[in-house]
Ligand binder design. Structure first.
Ligand SMILES: *Cc1c(COP(=O)(O)O)cnc(C)c1O
Length: 362
């Protein structure tokens, strides 16, 4: 079977060395030494100021909404994983969907302003498949209307962005907060996990309070909080995966480029932001029609190849939400997109099989 992705397993001996350390110290969670080491190394590797590891990417989003005290309506994209919308609804916020750009698959900034009402408190865009949003344009809109910006950067591990002045840095530095997921299926992972990223010292302090029940000392509870801590076994996995990140990246790049070389002209690819380099977190391709997609998907399945319909359905069609405006670009893209297998252990001949069968299904 060839899945759409396969969790990366780093060197087992090295992981065992970390497990031995955990057994010796008997310190399993609560801001342990491996967690602190991972936070420091990740902040350095990504080039960000504050990076707070948490239990998963969904909690990272919820903590961001709480830390910024969001209220009422939040303008977001319908073309994402369920968590982007679900976390908003879970926190009692109302998602208001702005339609996407059909080429970049990201929220189209032109669609934001008409949706801003007096009840809006924030914009929550997604860097879809790691592709940076138009961060400077979005920030200008937010500044004009006094809105917070939280990027769901779940896919944007290692994605850079070059601004108007030619300065290149991690795209995770944009917005009031960026959140990321370190789930087992993501480019970089800690089994389950995620992080809240910010340049603001006060926000960082607040998030650290929120992830540990609002406790500040043995006898002091400063605020409301939850449990969103990352444990030492997860941190150990992160340290091991981080050691191998350059191999992971180059393998993914090789696979992604092979798809592009062999399929260009036959399917459509995501238009990447010209101010950024692709991080090859996903290999999405767009078909002419949903019928063609279903035909290809079935052919692949017959051959035990499981491509996935990311993202389908478009979140503006969810029944649990009320009074949504239909986002036609998002619905159209969602109906025609398929993510192809991409992971470091995918063999050359396996990928060739995927490509040949896909071509045969067109
Ligand atoms: C994976 C993902 C999340 C959620 O992260 P978890 O770690 O699985 O909770 C949120 N948003 C997007 C876009 C994702 O792909």
């Amino acid at each position: 079977m060839i899945p759409v992705t396969k969790s990366y397993l780093p060197n087992k001996k090295k992981y065992k060395t970390y497990v031995d350390r955990i057994y010796e110290s008997a310190w399993l969670t609560n801001n342990g030494s491996l967690l602190r080491e991972l936070e420091q190394r990740l902040a350095e590797y990504l080039g960000v100021k504050h990076l707070i590891c948490v239990a998963n990417g969904s909690l990272a989003l919820q903590l961001a909404y709480k830390a910024l005290d969001l209220k009422g309506e939040v303008i977001t994209t319908p073309f994402s994983f369920a968590a982007t919308t679900s976390t908003l609804a879970w926190e009692g916020l109302t998602p208001v969907f702005a339609d996407i750009d059909p080429n970049t698959f990201n929220l189209d900034p032109n669609n934001i302003e008409p949706l801003i009402t007096k009840d809006a408190s924030a914009i929550v865009p997604v860097h879809v498949f790691g592709n940076p949003c138009q961060v400077e344009v979005i920030q200008a809109i937010a500044d004009k209307h006094n809105l917070k910006v939280i990027y769901d950067a779940a896919h944007a591990f290692g994605t850079d962005y070059t601004d108007q002045n030619g300065h290149t840095q991690s795209v995770l530095n944009y917005g009031d907060i960026s959140t990321i997921s370190f789930h087992a299926t993501k480019l970089f992972h800690t089994i389950e996990g995620g992080a809240v990223i910010t340049n603001d010292d006060d926000i960082a302090r607040k998030v650290r309070l929120l992830i540990n029940f609002g406790i500040t000392g043995p006898t002091t509870i400063e605020s409301v909080g939850t449990n969103a801590k990352m444990n030492e076994f997860e941190a150990a996995m992160g340290l091991c995966v981080l050691d191998e990140i350059e191999t992971i990246k180059s393998e993914r790049q090789r696979i992604w480029q092979t798809y592009q070389q062999q399929l260009s002209g036959l399917v459509q690819f995501q238009q990447w932001n010209p101010k950024s380099q692709n991080n090859h977190a996903y290999a999405p391709v767009l078909f002419e029609s949903e019928a063609q997609l279903l035909q290809v998907e079935a052919k692949l399945k017959e051959n035990n190849i499981l491509a996935r319909r990311y993202f389908y359905p478009s979140l503006d069609t969810l029944d649990y939400l009320k009074n949504n405006q239909a986002c036609l670009n998002s619905r159209d893209i969602a109906s025609r997109i398929l993510c192809l297998p991409i992971y470091p252990s995918l063999l050359v001949e396996q990928q060739q099989k995927v490509i040949d069968i896909l071509k045969g299904g067109l």
